[in-house]
Write a protein that binds this ligand. Structure first.
Ligand code: URA
Length: 293
């Protein structure tokens, strides 16, 4: 059932290094006891479990994504296609597969952050053969890793990845109001009226945006005349939301960077590098996602 011994996984976690910096991730948590929900210790209580929950826990996709895999007929249990969302499996005996590849529960979920460079699409595989974020994170070392939410191809900054579908689901659920901080270079210099509109909520084609915290960082910086740097803190996660908000108030985004996600900040992580979250960050993230520590 398990895809590797706990010792192997802990060793892998300890040896994790950023692909650019190359420094060992000494600060990275060994993921075991420090993780807010130690899966291994709860295993007995969740057998048998709903198939979509199993898939999410195994990192096949988020909970909703797992349901979509099932209804699309891509999931088999002991060789039989299962599309019924209420179906249960016993992880100790049932063999679950997605598109023919066996999926197993890992006893130590892994969560990491990437400082995403521009030019990479947020997907683990792309039918159009564009560069994807999968090229930048250790997919082979941590099977089942997937991005939590997305950044546009041209957006840089903090992108989280996890093998824990439940954590991802919770972090992305609007109920949890997880703040994301963006720094935008915009065309022109927004005046008070434009800043107020951004703060109060802008009407977009998919509805008005929730109130945001917005502040001007620099007006007409020396290296970019005719522009301004603006910081926006939003908790929604709609497609191209910041770009559409700024466009709607007459100041299109020229560059966009995500500096923080909930309690997490990039710190000194270099563009294109990743690192495992440490135990404090995991606990803070779990709290932000509404998980008891
Ligand atoms: N808002 C955007 O417009 N783009 C992103 O990548 C993230 C938030």
């Amino acid at each position: 059932m398990s895809s590797g011994s706990k010792t192997d996984k802990q060793k892998a976690a300890r040896n994790g290094a950023s692909r650019q910096g190359g420094a060992p991730a000494d600060a990275a948590s060994a993921q075991g006891g420090a993780y807010p929900r130690d899966f291994a210790s709860t295993q007995e209580r969740i057998v048998p479990m709903r198939l979509q929950k199993f898939l999410a826990r195994a990192g096949a996709a988020s909970r909703r994504g797992s349901e979509a895999l099932m209804t699309a007929g891509r999931v088999t249990v002991n060789g039989q296609v299962v599309t019924e969302l209420g179906s249960k499996v016993d992880p100790a005996v049932d063999v679950v597969a997605v598109d023919g590849a066996v999926v197993t529960l890992s006893d130590t979920p892994v969560t990491l952050m990437l400082n995403k460079p521009s030019g990479y699409v947020t997907t683990m595989s792309d039918p159009h053969a564009r560069h994807t974020v999968a090229e930048l994170v250790p997919c082979e070392r941590y099977p089942g890793l997937f991005p939590i939410g997305r950044l546009d191809q041209d957006t840089t900054g903090l992108l989280l990845f996890s093998t824990d579908g439940d954590l991802a689901n919770r972090l992305l659920h609007p109920r949890h109001h997880v703040d994301k901080t963006y720094r935008a270079l915009v065309k022109g210099v927004p005046g008070t009226a434009a800043l107020c509109r951004l703060r109060d909520g802008v009407v977009l084609e998919d509805g008005a945006t929730a109130p945001a915290r917005v502040r001007m960082l620099a007006s007409e910086p020396q290296d970019a005349p005719g522009t301004a740097r603006v910081e926006l803190v939003i908790h929604e996660g709609r497609k191209r939301q910041v770009r559409r908000m700024c466009e709607a108030v007459g100041h299109p985004v020229l560059r966009l960077h995500r500096a923080s996600f909930g309690p997490l900040e990039l710190g000194g992580l270099e563009l294109g590098s990743w690192r495992l979250l440490d135990s404090e960050e995991l606990a803070a993230l779990g709290k932000a996602a509404g998980l008891a520590c």
